[in-house]
Design a protein around this ligand. Structure first.
Ligand code: ACO
Length: 429
């Protein structure tokens, strides 16, 4: 391929250097386009715009490939743990035994939240959405741990905040659930590893100790791994954009949590179950809802379907569908929503509208079925996504802040408002 792409604007040639990624992805660098031609590019939703070079996650939407630091997602889902995968994403390689032990040990050290932060939970109405509490609490951590609030923290400091966030966010999420059901908080335990500790904080009570079930732990472990990173999605781009102003890591992650909350992104897992419940209540008429999803005059979309980059299949959805089946079988649960979801998928995949637009189930289509089986309430689904995505956000913030090529994020626009007109004062009464 040529070293430059040539653009011709008003008869003038502009040369844009060609960039090729390690997997052969091609881009041309338009950094000098405005100064050389007076033009900018317009790309709503950044559907065709690379915002950075990144060495964290590779994704090929046509082939359904997803790899963290080069390792296929299928292998990580099969063999890794969430803690190990977090290390991989944040440090760029798999840990050895000692490194993993030290990493896990540090999780235990940082699992408690500052006792004064408990007051926050009491101040929220019990009906609060846990994503509202989570984003506020993560931002508030910058006030409780000011020693880490620096414009450019050193490598060890970033690694320390990473562990602190990964561990404490789990506690905050479980506490916000306990608050919502009016039960006493269950503190983290030193003898439990990451996922069992979370489940215990969520579901143990003074009267009913939680029984750890291996299959449940593994299913949750897999879900967290599958959500751990997804390159420049809406929330990760938000984290990078906020961080590019040198806002601290807590503030940047808090913004990422808010971006994730939307039903077109991490809130879709909750929206899928709400949709399936609605369809079931309405008699389970799949064709009616598929027709509505195709009708541009209805506001209805098939939640959990479609993806900006996956145009063949979402490899995460494939793994989750199988896990959902396995877990429900193991636990002896018959969930009619799983059957309904499968029927919806089958019908949609045969339909010309979905085929033409390459719309397939995404990560959120079946994940809710697993959360339901575990006993996680509906409004906690996006929170589960946030716990999973945290190592990815941290890895991207770290990469962004340490990359000398990073500039403050500042997109441009094409102005389509009124042209110049004079100020006219309001006439005196
Ligand atoms: N149901 C019905 N039609 C759909 C759906 C859907 N779920 N998704 C896309 N389409 C249609 C659009 O109406 C559009 O049709 P048109 O060409 O006739 O106008 C076409 O497919 C392309 O869709 P866009 O919205 O342009 O695709 P985009 O890449 O901008 O959006 C998104 C991707 C937001 C995921 C979209 O598919 C969607 O809203 N899906 C449902 C919500 C969802 O599941 N979100 C989770 C995504 S995964 C994640 O973030 C973790």
């Amino acid at each position: 391929m040529a070293d430059f792409a040539e653009l011709k604007i008003d008869g003038k040639k502009v040369e844009c250097p060609v960039i090729i990624g390690t997997e052969g992805e091609k881009a041309f660098d338009i950094g000098k386009l405005r100064s050389q031609s007076g033009c900018i590019t317009l790309d709503p939703g950044f559907a065709n715009t690379g915002s950075c070079a990144s060495a964290i996650t590779f994704l090929d939407g046509e082939k359904g490939i997803l790899r963290y630091r080069g390792i296929p997602i299928e292998q990580l889902a099969e063999k890794s743990t969430f803690v190990e995968t977090s290390y991989l994403l944040i440090h760029g390689r798999l840990p050895n035994h000692d490194e993993l032990d030290a990493f896990s040990e540090a999780f235990n050290e940082h699992s408690m939240i500052h006792e004064d932060m408990i007051n926050f939970f009491h101040a929220y109405p019990s009906t609060s959405h846990p994503m509202a509490i989570l984003s506020a609490m993560v931002c508030a951590m910058s006030a409780y741990y000011p020693e880490f609030v620096k414009e450019r923290p050193a490598q060890e400091e970033i690694d320390r905040i990473a562990i602190q966030l990964l561990s404490k966010v789990r506690t905050i999420c479980a506490f916000s659930y306990k608050k919502s059901i009016g039960e006493p908080f269950v503190y983290p335990r030193y003898d439990l590893s990451y996922v069992p500790n979370f489940l215990n904080m969520m579901f143990s009570s003074p009267t009913h100790p939680y029984k750890i079930v291996d299959e449940v732990v593994r299913a949750l472990q897999v879900l967290l791994i599958l959500h751990a990173d997804h390159e420049q999605n809406c929330s990760t781009s938000t984290v990078r954009l906020v961080g590019s102003s040198h806002a601290n890591l807590y503030a940047s992650i808090s913004a990422g949590i808010c971006a994730l909350w939307g039903p077109l992104h991490g809130g879709a897992n909750q929206a899928v179950i709400e949709m399936l419940e609605k369809i079931q209540k309405d008699g389970g008429n799949v064709s009616k809802y598929i027709a509505m999803a195709k009708d541009k005059n209805s506001n209805f979309r098939l939640m959990g379907f479609g993806h900006r980059v996956y145009k063949n299949f979402d490899p995460r959805a494939k793994i989750i569908k199988k896990r959902a089946d396995d877990l429900l079988n193991k636990l002896g649960i018959h969930d009619p929503l799983l059957e309904l979801a499968k029927k919806m998928e089958e019908t949609a995949l045969k339909d010309e509208y979905f085929i033409e637009r390459k719309l397939y189930p995404n990560v959120d289509f079946y994940s809710g079925i697993i959360y339901r089986a575990i006993g996680i309430p509906l409004n906690m689904f996006p929170v589960m996504f946030a716990i999973g995505r945290l190592p990815g956000w941290i890895a991207h913030w770290k990469e962004m802040i340490q990359d000398p090529a990073t500039k403050i994020g500042r997109p441009l626009q094409i102005y389509v408002g009124e042209t110049k007109k004079d100020y006219t004062p309001i006439e005196k009464r």
